[in-house]
Write a protein that binds this ligand. Structure first.
Ligand code: T46
Length: 134
């Protein structure tokens, strides 16, 4: 499945920690958009969609949350709870974000501007799009 957890370098010193992210270096694409979510209510599940071409890296910069991934054949569950770890998600992967801690801040770097036509919001349509269902 086309995802990976990337550990980014922490620049720690007696003052604390700093993580730097530069496009085409630490981040394997040109960053066209950044968004973040917070104040997510307990038991909420976000996502429920795939992207036709968008690539993203997700960071839980505070608190924790889990990500469910599905490529139509396999599934994976990833826990994000370290601000220096990013989850790279390629296109054509179904994703759901859940188990947000009360203090969770999920920051996302995206390879494209917001485009609703890039979303596949129905699971059967996703399976058809990737050729796993007729
Ligand atoms: C994804 C997961 C990880 C915008 O206006 N601009 C934006 O860039 C985004 C991301 C959202 N919106 C609007 C559209 C909706 O009215 O914000 C509202 C919530 O978006 P959505 O329901 O798509 O949020 P999630 O948490 O289900 O999904 C988001 C991203 O949309 C998606 O690309 O992969 O986070």
């Amino acid at each position: 499945m086309n995802y990976k957890i990337i550990r980014f370098q922490e620049h720690g010193d007696p003052r604390g920690q700093l993580v730097a992210l530069e496009e085409n270096k630490e981040i394997p694409f040109k960053i066209k958009r950044v968004y973040f979510m917070y104040d997510t209510l307990k038991d909420v599940v976000r996502g429920h969609h795939a992207h036709k071409s968008l690539e993203q890296i997700l960071f839980c910069v505070h608190g924790s949350c889990k990500i469910h991934l599905d490529d139509g054949t396999e599934t994976a569950e990833v826990m994000l709870d370290k601000p220096y770890e990013g989850l790279y998600i390629a296109n054509n992967l179904w994703r759901e974000m859940y188990d947000f801690s009360e203090d969770a801040v999920l920051l996302v770097l995206a390879s494209e501007l917001y485009d609703e036509s890039d979303y596949i919001r129905d699971y059967d349509d996703f399976l058809k799009f990737i050729g796993k269902k007729k």
